[in-house]
Design a protein around this ligand. Structure first.
Ligand code: ADP
Length: 266
């Protein structure tokens, strides 16, 4: 495992990044990474300079979702300092903890190792000028969340959920963690993923498999902004598996849905 214990707190961290946005979820499997990738691509399509850091140590899926599983970012020396050049796809610069660890053993990582990997990707990533750096966090609440807010000034958090009751219960926990005194990161809003199932060829047909408007109602109840709904569509899953994010075009209903959410984040 190539993790070094370096983090030079003397240097300003990411001075050329305008907004650092954490993408979080209460539960795993709700589509946090899918939303991260597609939101990043939609923001890039709108003309912004965008980076995406995959900090989901327990299931780093960004490389696969960008079709870059076998790729490895190159090292570069800048001012005598070893840096890591992010990869770039669909106009998004990205790095993943998955590039640096054997993901099969990631599950036994101890907190400090995982935290150091995140710090390294932040401080040694050659991110350059960015309007947005999105951070795909592990699900739930973890050391990684703490490390992030202690390492960089996080602009805000976007929370992804499905409309299902069990997922919503964990959103309440996640939102109150960000809003707690020790973390104090504004929650930019909630994205409701898997809001309904719709066959691609019959977009007017809506089947509320996980319940209707659960995320929207919870956002109202907690006084959080509601950023939008994404339906369950086969092409979203296929785009994730094949490394072609649906947000790369806004011509389709799925691409348009992500473009609309990107506009609310901007
Ligand atoms: P998480 O990051 O929360 O664990 P993922 O983004 O990995 O979740 O999504 C879990 C699975 O669900 C993936 O196979 C993904 O392709 C699929 N998925 C996510 N959102 C949708 C959606 N809106 N429609 C269809 N499949 C989706």
């Amino acid at each position: 495992i190539a993790v070094k214990y370096i983090h030079d707190m003397e240097r300003p961290v990411l001075p050329n990044v305008k907004n650092i946005i954490a993408i979080a979820s209460g539960k795993g499997g709700v589509g946090k990474s899918t939303v991260s990738v597609n939101l990043a691509v939609a923001l890039a399509n709108s003309g912004a300079k965008v980076g995406l850091l995959d900090a989901d140590i327990f299931g780093p899926s960004i490389p696969k979702m960008f079709g870059a599983e076998g790729d490895r970012p190159a090292g570069i020396k800048i001012g005598g300092r070893e840096m890591i050049n992010p990869l770039e796809k669909y106009g998004v610069k990205f790095l993943s903890v998955g590039f640096f660890v054997d993901t099969d053993s990631a599950i036994i990582w101890r907190g400090p190792m995982a935290s150091n990997a995140l710090k390294q990707l932040i401080s040694e990533g050659n991110w350059g000028d960015l309007d947005y750096l999105l951070i795909d966090l592990p699900p739930g609440t973890s050391d990684i969340h703490l490390t992030l807010v202690q390492s960089v000034p996080v602009t805000g958090a976007v929370i992804v959920t499905t409309p299902q009751d069990v997922a919503l219960a964990d959103v309440v926990r996640g939102a109150s963690m960000f809003q707690s005194k020790s973390i104090d990161v504004p929650v930019l809003g909630l994205v409701e993923n898997m809001a309904w199932f719709t066959p691609e060829e019959l977009p007017e047909n809506k089947y509320y498999i996980f319940g209707k408007d659960g995320g929207k109602k919870l956002a109202d109840k907690l006084g959080l902004s509601f950023l939008g709904q994404i339906p369950i569509v086969q092409s979203i899953r296929e785009g994730g598996d094949s490394g072609n994010p649906v947000a790369s075009t806004s011509e389709t209903i799925t691409g348009k849905a992500f473009a609309e959410i990107a506009a609310t984040v901007k």
